[in-house]
Write a protein that binds this ligand. Structure first.
Ligand code: ZN
Length: 383
């Protein structure tokens, strides 16, 4: 298949190509060259498929996430995860990392996608989050107390097929009683879990909103800070010196606050989202300006944050952080892919043929990402 692009973004920060042919054979791109001869498809713009480094497939953007978890069965949540995997893919998200599910839903969905039984993106799955007893996410997580329990919980996730690990370093917005600014898992618990995961080649993501928890996780050797909404100078320095990624999930508080007046969300969620949002805007912008590695991830599944709306996170990185459209695309493709570590997230000879066919150049019309004309995953047109 030959795809001809008026403008071509390969996912890097290099100058975009003009009038380019992508040659796809089987599941991979085999050549990228100047347009000539016949093409099978001609579109205004081509980008790599989007990579969402922070999703929860079994959550569907319900207004009351905790209530929805409490009132649903495991089977119902599995069905939602299947539906959300398909919706992500059709919206142009060709790779995701699920950073917290109940049971082993995300691993099961990942395996069904790999086996070709259901449509969906390429996936990594953390399994259940590791949190302190009663801490953020306890209702779907594995509660741990003490370093050996942390190691055991990592081993349990591995046994259940997890290929990355998620640890909860601070409180969070959606759990009643968990204060986002407060540290939760202790430094020894974080370090024990991270050392154990790294010993087996698994990367560790840490949910961390408050400043102390962010630093605890970074000093313990974590690979990515999820949210990172309360950064001070020292936390920024640690992000830089450790080389950890920051996954800002700008969509999550933004969507909660866009629906402030609905009367559908618990009051404690609104109150916490307001506080987090204020520091988020300053913190993440400073991180970007300081050159921290920012990987795209939206926390899809949280209130009104739908799996087919990852393009919104790209738009927010552009509008709130001051990234150019190409920088935002880079964060949501190559950088996120580097963190997930399944492929490079760029379009080049030898790379997987995961790409979007778009009606306009993202430099002048970033919203074109919301409705791709076509989505190709592994050389196959899935939409
Ligand atoms: Zn999350």
């Amino acid at each position: 298949m030959i795809v001809r692009a008026g403008v071509f973004y390969d996912g890097s920060l290099d100058t975009p190509g003009r009038n380019v042919d992508l040659v796809i054979e089987g599941t991979n791109v085999t050549a990228i060259r100047a347009a000539s001869g016949d093409a099978d498809v001609t579109v205004a713009c081509v980008t790599p498929g989007l990579v969402n480094a922070h999703v929860h497939l079994e959550m569907s953007g319900e207004a009351d996430s905790m209530g929805a978890m409490a009132l649903s069965t495991q089977n119902q949540r599995l069905l939602r995860a299947v539906e959300n995997a398909r919706n992500s893919l059709h919206a142009g998200v060709t790779t995701v990392r699920d950073v917290g599910c109940s049971g082993a839903i995300a691993q099961d969905v990942r395996d069904a996608i790999v086996a070709g039984r259901i449509p969906g993106p390429r996936m990594r799955a953390a399994g259940a989050v590791l949190c302190m007893t009663g801490g953020h996410g306890w209702f779907l997580g594995r509660e741990i107390d003490g370093p050996w329990d942390a190691r055991k919980a990592v081993r349990e996730q591995m046994r259940a097929g997890a290929d990355c690990i998620k640890m909860i370093a601070t409180g969070g917005v959606l759990t009643r009683g968990a204060v986002p600014g407060n540290a939760q898992l202790t430094p020894v618990e974080l370090e024990a879990g991270i050392v154990e995961a790294h010993r087996h080649g698994l990367r560790v993501a840490s949910h961390a909103i408050g400043t102390l928890g962010i630093k605890n996780a970074l000093r313990a050797g974590v690979d990515s800070i999820e949210h990172g909404h309360m950064l001070d100078d020292e936390a920024l320095d640690l992000l830089k010196s450790t080389g950890a990624y920051l996954v800002p999930t700008l969509t999550a508080p933004t969507c909660i606050l866009e629906h402030l007046e609905d009367g559908t969300q618990p009051q404690f969620v609104l109150d916490k989202a307001r506080v987090v949002n204020e520091s988020m805007l300053v913190s993440i912008r400073r991180a970007f300006e300081a050159g921290v590695k920012i990987a795209g991830g939206s926390d899809a599944g949280t209130p009104f944050n739908f799996h087919d709306n990852y393009a919104y996170e790209v738009e927010l990185m552009h509008s709130l952080l001051g990234m150019t459209s190409q920088q935002a695309l880079h964060a949501a493709t190559a950088v996120a892919a580097e963190l997930i570590d399944l492929h490079r997230g760029t379009l080049a000879a030898g790379e997987p043929a995961d790409l979007l066919l778009l009606d306009a150049d993202i430099a002048t019309d970033l919203a074109t990402l919301r409705a791709p004309r076509g989505v190709i995953k592994a050389g196959e047109r899935v939409r």
